[in-house]
Design a protein around this ligand. Sequence first.
Ligand SMILES: C[S@@+](CC[C@H](N)C(=O)[O-])C[C@H]1O[C@@H](n2cnc3c(N)ncnc32)[C@H](O)[C@@H]1O
Length: 251
Amino acid sequence: MTDNGNLYADLSGYYDQFCAEVDYAEQCAFAERAFDCFGASDGRDYLDLACGTGQHLLHMLRRGFVGTGLDNSAAMLELAEARCPAARFLLCDLAAFEQAAEFDLITCFLYSIHYSHPTSALQQTLLRAWRALKPGGLFLFNTVDAGGISNQRSTITSVVDGEQRLSFESGWRYRGEGETLDLLLGITRESPAGGLKRWTDHHTMTAISLLQLQNMLTDIGFEVTLLEHDYQRLLPWNGKSFNALVAARRP
Ligand SMILES: C[S@@+](CC[C@H](N)C(=O)[O-])C[C@H]1O[C@@H](n2cnc3c(N)ncnc32)[C@H](O)[C@@H]1O
């Protein structure tokens, strides 16, 4: 078991199956609608933070964006490059990129913003996103309020791949206080040749409230709109949901 490494390094080949139920096309259609609605820059220069294997990038390239993907895992970036040869890639920590006024749209999906840990690193990530945006550019990401984290383990998905059956579990743990959010992942592979094999993975993430996050963004200078966590519609946040989409524009 490694910390923040297993699924994104040794097991990166399983990542897309792990995410088989994520509707990347729907999320990217949402991203473009939100960009049209809340963004105020004319270009199509796009950066995906924590891009993983490049699934969002691919859909955004198809939508006419010029793409750059950032991730701190070389194994994930190798897969992303194979998927999106037209894109540019940055092997870099979320809190360390140094682009200036280059992008019209920056996204960070699948709650990956929480990988910026601790809170001081998250603050750096938000600041660097601000600097990397052109005036009028939009930073779009999803987030969970620490107060709404359920400690129940849940099975995400189970897929049959040739002779093997793979089952993927994921669950957050939060102690109810402090800035650490634990993400626990489990992968089980069952095959006639290999028998039963199980890997577990522990990822340290940042726990934050929506209010705290909103304040951090507005202190940097972003104009923030909170939306319901619904990729089919652009709905204002209802003030109660623990999951939200954040549209933060650099004026
Ligand atoms: C849950 S995956 C999301 C991947 C992709 N956005 C998607 O939706 O499929 C999280 C990604 O964040 C990357 N990551 C984790 N911590 C990071 C950090 N501190 N800086 C940059 N990338 C990081 C991992 O390597 C992994 O590719």
